[in-house]
Design a binder for this molecule. Structure first.
Ligand SMILES: [Cu+2]
Length: 590
């Protein structure tokens, strides 16, 4: 992890120049081998290697007959399957062939590396200038299902991502017959910069399903005039709308499964009676999904690459950047639909698990779009708690009222619970509302889930399979508040956007830290910490390891962290445009 990597990089890139640029322009096959339909899974693919050469360049992409330009890797979206082996020293040479960009980069999501290998420009390296190559070298101390993506500008949205799996050195913990990678993502023919600009103009730009006058009249009939008016005024004051589950919707996106649109129908083959491992990776820029396979139980056996005690479910929510490995055992000689519905019900990614090529199973209808109530964000009718935002003098009140008070809930750890958030003059414009009494919600599957008569995974269900490595009592507690002014498309931590230079959060090397995350917004945010694990305090006897935690509206979660590597690490919301809008910070381990 010395500066030596930079020196060797300089040496390495000498003489690279235009040869790589030409390689990037080659019109390669539109899909990499691993992502094509009708193959027999990872067994039919090359085994693990310790060296990969990846070139990020403009490449054609064809979705449902329409052609666009992607920032692919080695000419495809998603990029190549990077398959590595635990314990190996690996070399990953990444070349930036995007000749008109300032820089590109690859971040190895969830992989523990020394900080100069982590790949976040401006935080732990300088980025890869056009025409140059950066050699990432590190030793793998883990195994499981992960992914990699650009951390430069909005390149991830236009295709710079791929799966990364690490074979364990001592064999897999459970037997199975087939092994498939299932990468979920969201593609738009609009340029990512256009998506971002439109949302900055109007936070609801891609939400065509706003509530209508008819809904208003129906609500008055159901709930009475005063109740309905109070609720509408409350939402208005927060400058938010109760239907904003996702900023960018199916109106702009085609949802992809291994680079295939729903109509292209990516297909995985099985023989009846086999056990099939499906490695779900949410490589979307902005889309959380609800995944199910009608007719099949799924045993969740890994979360974020780490083995968990198997949980049998019929559905799970996967936040952006999370991974879940499931085992399924189809006995019948018939096809099954792999269905990943976007959480706002505006579209889906779809594929088929089939005993032979060319078969399809019924595709479920999209469910009704859920509407958030104020209770769903932990607000109740506490209209007085809303910050006036742009008035400049907002006082997020922190009255002691509230039946669901944090201090009274024994499931929230620590003697005091999370610290309250007090926006001041500097931060109030960035913060549309504060939640005075954040709630424990780890036993809830998420809005719109759990009412269909089948079991949906919750974070409470996750128990690590690994023996505890660290103490479960923290030496120190800190709270980070997730804040936003959605209408103005401002996203921040503790009311400060990254561009406002709030200064890094300080973690101590090898300390045992309890980090509270409090979500003061009405959206789910997948919060990702680089360089170290977060062990979610969900009451399990062995806390599950997470690199990304999907934090629900009005929720407080806590995680125990041991910062094992000194250096600067990124900490951010993994909704790409939220990160771009300011929900990003540096964690400095000293
Ligand atoms: Cu976010």
């Amino acid at each position: 992890m010395s500066q030596g990597n930079y020196v060797s990089r300089r040496r390495f890139i000498q003489g690279v120049g235009s040869a790589f640029f030409l390689a990037g322009l080659q019109a390669a096959l539109p899909l990499p081998l691993w992502a094509r339909a009708n193959h027999w899974g990872l067994d039919g693919l090359p085994s693990a290697r310790d060296r990969y050469d990846l070139t990020i360049g403009y490449s054609p992409i064809v979705i449902d007959g329409r052609e666009g330009t992607a920032t692919g890797i080695n000419g495809t979206v998603p990029g190549p399957l990077v398959r590595l082996r635990e314990g190996d020293e690996v070399t990953l040479n990444v070349t930036n062939a995007l000749m008109d960009t300032e820089h590109s980069s690859i971040h190895w999501h969830g992989i523990l590396v020394p900080f100069p290998m982590d790949g976040v420009p401006g935080v732990n390296f300088a980025g890869i200038p056009p025409g140059e190559t950066y050699s990432y070298r590190y030793k793998l101390v883990q195994s499981g299902t992960y992914w990699y993506h650009s951390h430069s500008f909005l390149q991830e949205q236009s295709g710079t991502y791929g799966p990364l799996i690490i074979d364990p050195k001592d064999g897999e913990p459970w037997p199975y017959d087939r092994d498939y990678v299932v990468v979920l993502s969201d593609w738009s023919f609009e340029k990512p910069e256009t998506l971002f600009r439109n949302l900055n103009l109007l936070g609801h730009y891609y939400n065509y399903q706003q509530r209508t006058l008819g809904d208003f009249i129906r609500d008055i009939r159901q709930d009475g005039f005063k109740e309905t008016m109070d609720e509408r005024l409350a939402w208005g004051k927060m400058r938010m709308s109760p239907v904003d589950l996702a900023d960018v919707t199916g109106a702009a996106y085609t949802y992809l499964m291994n680079g295939n649109s729903p109509d292209m129908n990516w297909t995985a083959l099985f023989a009846p009676g086999e056990t099939v491992r499906l490695r779900f990776i949410n490589a979307s820029a902005m889309s959380n999904f609800d995944v199910r396979i009608p007719g099949l139980d799924m045993d969740v056996v890994m979360a974020d690459g780490k083995a968990v005690r198997p949980v049998t479910v019929q559905e799970f929510r996967i936040g952006v950047a999370e991974t879940y490995d499931v085992l399924v055992r189809p006995r019948e000689d018939r096809p099954f639909t792999l269905f990943a519905e976007s959480i706002d019900r505006s579209g889906y990614a779809r594929g088929t698990l089939s005993p032979e090529p060319g078969l399809t199973a019924p595709v479920p209808l999209l469910r009704k779009r859920p509407v958030r109530g104020l209770q769903d964000i932990g607000m109740g009718m506490m209209v007085g708690e809303m910050n006036e935002g742009e008035m400049g003098g907002g006082h997020g009140g922190h009255g002691g009222h509230g039946e669901m008070g944090t201090k009274d809930d024994p499931r929230i750890p620590g003697p005091n619970g999370p610290e309250p958030f007090m926006p001041d003059r500097k931060t109030s414009v960035n913060v549309a509302m504060t939640i005075p009494n954040p709630r424990y919600r780890l036993d809830e599957p998420g809005l719109g889930l759990g009412h269909d008569g089948w079991k949906v995974l919750t974070y409470k269900d996750l128990t690590s399979e690994e023996p505890p490595e660290y103490a479960d009592t923290p030496e120190r507690e800190m709270t980070i508040h997730i804040t936003a002014n959605m209408e103005r498309y401002m996203f921040s931590f503790d009311g400060m956007k990254y561009t406002e230079h709030p200064g890094p959060y300080l973690f101590r090397h090898n300390e045992r830290l309890r980090l509270f995350l409090v979500n003061h917004t009405m959206m789910d945010h997948p919060i990702h910490l680089h360089g170290m694990w977060m062990q979610l305090e969900n009451g399990a006897d062995r806390l599950p390891y997470k690199h990304t935690i999907l934090v629900k509206p009005g929720e407080v979660v806590s995680a125990l962290i041991t910062p094992i590597e000194k250096g600067d690490w990124a900490f951010h919301c993994h909704l790409l445009l939220h990160m771009e809008a300011g929900m990003f910070q540096v964690v400095r381990v000293v």
